[in-house]
Write a protein that binds this ligand. Structure first.
Ligand code: MIC
Ligand code: SF4
Length: 644
């Protein structure tokens, strides 16, 4: 039987398990990336493993999230990452060089290779035919040490693209359509593979927009074939030698299939406060807007920016709208400047920010109170922008640019009629913001610089006894890691300081949570569906661990967060019945009756008791044998160290 693209890459990287058969697949990881907000922790963990040099083909450390240096903390973290990268054989992309996913696509991505990154949008690499996964920092540390990365044996969904996008409709509208159909939990346990004639009509950056936001589906990853368009992109980046052709065999099969006719799509927007609350722009057209932000790893390529520049040329941004634009990389900014498009952007009255995540992670540009903000980003979770009552809509760059001029949400079809953007035959290549590591001989001489902001990470405990602990918090469905461990300019500088971060844990849901959890000593949290969706930040597990949380009982979990919980030694349990979720309240005490035996013996059913009512019920322990061993060892670090 023929294979699809995902199966082809998986099958050449499996080191443990069998495609389509075993519960998990262990994969050899060719390349890794980190960003600064998760990187400090990942490198501290790598260091704790005691391996002298990374064992990957390529590892890159990016600085792109915490570039606002309003205190020593972020600068200290940059210096720590710069020096540790130099010592251990990792390339270092300096602040200002761009957003990790954009730069990785431009300068390093290779079709057919595997990549894991300590950032949930690492699947952006799928746009160039990589199998790229977002993971917790500890998983990235293990992969840098040569260890396998484990995924649940995925179902492969084939999305057939037919037709061609009409003027004014962009790649963002394609992925918003997928989100509309599948929802923010529709991709869990699945790899989304794009196929069909429509693929040939999309450039690599457009494909990358689509795979990037596969993260919002909760998917394991998303991937496109590698074809002549991929070759042309690599050639223009001076890397034609990295090209390999990758396509699904004619008789390849998929576990699920769906078709999207590109010609029938219209401009879409995701309404507050979830990326799957999708409506046609047409339905909301005329809505007054206050702010427009263009950029983020989803939509900051040269292709996107040239489209925006063309739409802004000779126009003026509406008087009551603030338009901010953050090009995705120095390469993009450089080329915009060289061709004059930057002048068109500036002359229209846009505010140009440095090449970084910026407003996407709440690093500045919070909207005014109750402000309406159109953003080309990938997440519009409540409060993520830094303004709790802001209304954030996710749209394409064309919709964003046209609306910035009119001052109201506007369908860009008319303004875009006949407008085309050509990909350049060659990009400006200048890698002087990517610092090479020291040679093996010189590595000993590199001193790792640690500022006072860098605190040790919390140690997890082996699971060696039954749990008996109060429920310190009960939350509903679709809780994001932004709820668990908020980001933003005031908090992000403390990503290397778990004790300080703990003061903010879950405060978006309940401001008394940190104090209550600490006072309880050990505790349990109750959650609904899709608990922990969104970011890969392992801080959403490490901080609860620090506060004494031993288990999360939820209706279902998001993929990366569940892995992060296990890696931190926190037990993820799932409700067998929705009634049990409903019957429990904050303050109740839960006791596990046979958890340790269930973990040891590979059983899925665990008996628990509500100490107040005496009611017994069952919960499920849906973990692989390897994950059970990790829990018994007290987290992935202890488990890995014991295996070395
Ligand atoms: C995000 O978009 O939420 C982030 C910030 O990039 C995170 C990583 C982090 O929290 O540092 C992600 O997506 O994984
Ligand atoms: Fe950065 Fe936003 Fe992309 Fe996360 S989603 S990597 S914060 S640009």
């Amino acid at each position: 039987m023929g294979m699809n693209v995902a199966q082809k890459i998986l099958s050449t990287h499996i080191v443990d398990g069998e495609l389509g058969k075993s519960p998990e697949l262990g994969l050899r990881i060719d390349t890794t990336l980190t960003q600064d907000a998760t990187g400090t922790m990942a490198y501290l963990q790598f260091e704790a493993m005691g391996i002298p040099r990374v064992r990957t083909e390529l590892s890159v450390a990016y600085i792109d999230h915490n570039t606002l240096q309003n205190g020593f903390e972020n600068s200290d973290d940059h210096e720590f990452i710069r020096t540790i990268a130099k010592k251990y054989g990792i390339r270092y992309s300096k602040p200002g060089n761009g957003i990790c996913h954009q730069v990785n696509l431009e300068r390093f991505g290779k079709p057919g290779k595997t990549l894991i990154g300590s950032d949930s949008h690492t699947p952006t690499g799928g746009g160039i035919g990589m199998l790229a996964f977002g993971a917790g920092g500890l998983d990235v540390a293990v992969a840098m040490g040569g260890g396998a990365y484990y995924i649940t044996n995925p179902k492969i969904v084939g999305i057939e693209l037919t037709g061609r996008l009409r003027d004014g409709v962009g790649a963002k509208d394609v992925i918003l359509e997928v989100l509309r159909r599948l929802s923010v939990k529709g991709g869990v346990g699945k790899i989304i593979e794009y196929r069909g004639e429509g693929v040939k009509t999309l450039t690599v950056p457009e494909r990358a927009t689509i795979t990037n936001m596969g993260a919002e589906l909760g998917a394991t990853t998303s991937v496109f074939p590698s074809d002549e368009i991929t070759r042309a992109f690599l050639k223009a980046q001076g890397r034609e030698q990295d090209y390999v052709e990758l396509s699904a065999d004619p008789d390849a099969v998929y576990d699920e299939e769906l078709t999207i006719n590109l010609s029938a799509l219209e401009p879409l927007c995701a309404c507050p406060h979830m990326p799957d609350k999708v409506k046609p722009v047409r339905e909301l057209a005329g809505m007054k807007i206050d702010q427009v932000c263009i950029g983020s790893c989803t939509n900051s390529s040269l292709y996107d920016m040239l489209m925006v520049a063309k739409l802004l040329k000779g126009k003026t941004v509406a008087e009551d709208v603030s338009l901010v634009i953050a090009p995705g990389s120095r390469q993009v900014l450089d080329m915009l400047s060289a061709c004059g498009a930057l002048t068109d952007i500036l002359d229209a009255g846009a505010r140009v920010l440095e090449c970084a995540c910026g407003p996407c992670i709440g690093m500045g540009q919070s909207p005014k109170s109750a402000g309406v903000s159109l953003r080309t980003f990938n997440r519009n979770f409540e409060g993520r922008s830094g303004t709790k009552d802001a209304q954030v809509y996710l749209v394409s760059p064309a919709t964003a640019a046209v609306s910035a001029i009119t001052g109201v949400l506007t369908d860009p079809a008319e303004a875009c009629a006949g407008l085309t953007v050509d990909m350049p035959a060659s990009f400006t290549i200048n890698d002087n913001m990517i610092v090479l590591p020291a040679s093996e001989q010189e590595a000993d001489k590199v001193e790792i610089v640690r500022g006072p902001n860098i605190k040790p990470f919390p140690a997890s405990k082996p699971l060696d006894g039954e749990l008996s602990a109060p429920i310190v918090l009960k939350v509903g469905d679709n809780i994001t890691t932004d709820h668990i461990m908020p980001a933003g300019a005031a908090i992000l500088p403390f990503r290397s300081n778990i004790p300080y971060l703990s003061k903010f844990c879950f405060t978006r849901c309940d401001e008394n949570f940190p104090g209550r959890a600490k006072a309880a000593g050990e505790s349990i949290i109750i959650g609904g569906e899709n608990y922990g969706q969104g970011s890969s930040r392992e801080h959403a597990a490490l901080v609860p661990l620090y506060l004494g949380v031993r288990a999360i009982v939820a209706t279902s979990f998001a993929r990366i967060h569940k892995d992060n919980l296990v890696n931190a030694g926190i037990v993820p349990l799932t409700f067998a019945s929705k009634f049990d979720y409903e019957a429990l309240s904050q303050g109740d005490r839960l006791e596990t009756l046979d958890l340790v035996d269930a973990v040891r013996e590979g059983r899925e059913i665990v008996n628990v008791r509500d100490a107040k009512t005496g009611n017994k019920f069952i919960v499920k322990l849906e973990l692989s044998e390897r994950q059970r061993k990790i829990l018994l060892a007290g987290g992935l670090l202890n488990y890995t160290k014991a295996a070395l």
